[in-house]
Design a binder for this molecule. Sequence first.
Ligand code: SF4
Ligand code: F3S
Length: 354
Amino acid sequence: MAHNSTLGELLRSQGVSRRAFLKFCTTTASVMALPATLVPVMADALEQVRRPSVIWLSFQECTGCTEALTRSHAPTLENLIFNFISLDYHHALQAASGRAAEAAREEAMRENAGKYLLLVDGSIPTVKAYSTIAGISNLDMLMDSAPNAAAIIAVGTCAAYGGLPMAAPNPTSAVSVSDLIKDKPIINIPGCPPIPLAMTGVLAHYLTLGTLPALDALGRPLAFYGDTIHDRCYRRPFYDRGLFAKTFDDEGARKGWCLYKLGCKGPVAYNACANVKWNQGVSFPIQSGHGCIGCCEPGFWDNGGIYESIARGQFGTGPQMGVAGMVGAGVGAGAALLARSKKERAAAAHRAAE
Ligand code: SF4
Ligand code: F3S
């Protein structure tokens, strides 16, 4: 499709019904906490969209973020989102390689200067030799691609916070996108991998309203990262009653009791897994019988063992630090304290936006 065609023209040419498209807009508006009255506005706006150029850079990562996006809610969401954008450069998905791929990136940057979205997954090794693409270090490629981007979306915990490559002893001296870029709007969509709807929702919001969604103090869209897993967890009634599984095969585990004492980090992990879930809403880690490992939080690899209960001071880099201490302070007081934390987070987000 030509860059100057509208999304509406493309959808019609592909036989996508207006009803299916409205369903997508309704889902997106709902999860982005936008009012229902905005659904027709979103539909009309998206239909008029002339697809913006997107350049997707993959650095020190496992390709899980791309895997998650391409396996998102089938069949409409990911198809539609790829129709919304002109994905001009993506290592894993493009056919071209080597110099031809780099020429495509440079052409897209030249033709869309100041307008393209830059998506990054993976951390950036500051020791340049550790990761190169077509002979260009990750660091140089990011610094070359960022200046003319309209905004940057850091996809996944590695791009947002350094992730696994930055775990101690951090052999490549890896850093996050926001450690390097200070003069551009950056949206962090952490998770290992992130929820696909968080990626598509942010893109749809940007394309519809021309603005970035409200972010928390860690640069995450509040619509998806405003609550902890614990806030929405279906095992929460067991937590509140002090009923915990002590091993993975005891009576408590069989009865679906809370996994807090098996290391669940849900009380300090801000993400939408418990309500949006994965694989078209089928399940999420806790529903599968394993505690949340806090994959959406900064430094989650270095914050104690996966099967150790949350200790005071864990996840101490963000506003959630207080929550860890609160949870350590005792079961039962959790609900009121978490509510206070949410209020504090809203205030922090407000301060960050000012
Ligand atoms: Fe759910 Fe984990 Fe909270 Fe227990 S500690 S209620 S399993 S999020
Ligand atoms: Fe990650 Fe916890 Fe969700 S481990 S996928 S944030 S339930």
